[in-house]
Design a protein around this ligand. Structure first.
Ligand code: ATP
Ligand code: MG
Length: 254
């Protein structure tokens, strides 16, 4: 059975894309077939996985709005065993164009139905909003991973996210569940990071992944080379963290 995981947090810059890309890369490295779906008009997962945004003919926009087959949009990424449904800024139009579409929340789920079985894991990188694109991801996914930035007062906004997940669970997708929250850009030496960890542990309990992703400059550099952290610097602290996270995710989903 294919595991479909959405990486979601409406707050910007918390490490969603870094988590989507590197989780995919490490799961791919374990010889599992992975499909990444870039659902953010910024297209950071697309470029971060080595696909030139200027070069792609069709994107997730064409799949969602123009009914193009997912199979015709999928391309190989720079990471082993990882394919991607890429995107670019055209996808920004979908937020508006899908508002009046029929069953607009189910479009992604239906569009990928014919390809999901070709993969062991599907990982959806969400935009920093709770708009129609994210709702589509929540409707298509079975599991959610929520990255929380360790250097920012984190719990603000999370109640809105949890409320949204609960509404989707009730009305659109009873199968959705929170796989876990992962602390990112973390620096345990700062009292702010320690405070964030304490709050997140209190709030989410066992749902907090044991792996904590540290702030690591190699993780920030890798995307400009279109590489996952495994391909860019597999000995870095960031690489070790994402390898451990991938192991945890795969163990939980066995
Ligand atoms: N652990 C880390 N250490 C250092 N830099 C990081 C780390 N994780 C992410 N970054 C950097 O922080 C920035 C934000 O990360 P990322 O793009 O993954 O967040 P995001 O939640 O996807 O953002 P957005 O909401 O804009 O899509 C990027 O420049 C990324 O390279
Ligand atoms: Mg992103």
């Amino acid at each position: 059975m294919t595991k479909i995981i959405g990486i979601v947090n409406q707050k910007g810059g918390v490490g969603k894309t870094t988590t989507a890309v590197n989780l995919a890369a490490y799961i791919g490295k374990k010889r599992k077939k992975v499909l990444v779906i870039d659902l953010d008009p910024q297209g950071n997962a697309t470029s971060g996985l080595g696909v030139d945004k200027g070069d792609i003919e069709q994107t997730s926009y064409d799949m969602l709005v123009n009914d193009v087959d997912a199979a015709d949009i999928i391309v190989e990424s720079s990471a082993a065993n990882v394919d991607i449904i890429p995107t670019n800024i055209n996808l920004a139009g979908a937020e508006i164009e899908l508002v009046s579409a029929m069953s607009r929340e189910q479009i992604l789920k239906n569009a990928i139905a014919s390809v999901v079985e070709d993969y062991d894991y599907v990982i959806i990188d969400c935009p920093p909003s709770l708009g129609i694109l994210t709702i589509n991801a929540l409707t298509a996914a079975e599991y959610l991973i929520v990255p929380i930035q360790g250097e920012y007062y984190a719990l603000e906004g999370l109640t809105q996210l949890i409320d949204t997940i609960n509404i989707v669970k009730k009305k659109l997708n009873p199968d959705i569940s929170l796989l876990g929250v992962v602390l990112t850009m973390f620096n345990l030496r700062t009292s702010l990071s320690r405070q964030v960890k304490e709050d997140v542990d209190d709030y989410f309990g066992k749902k907090v992944f044991k792996t904590i992703v540290p702030r690591n400059v190699r993780l920030a550099e890798a995307p400009s080379y279109g590489m996952s952290i495994y391909d860019y610097d597999k000995n870095s602290k960031g690489a070790k963290a994402y390898e451990a996270l991938a192991n945890e995710v795969m163990r939980k989903l066995k």
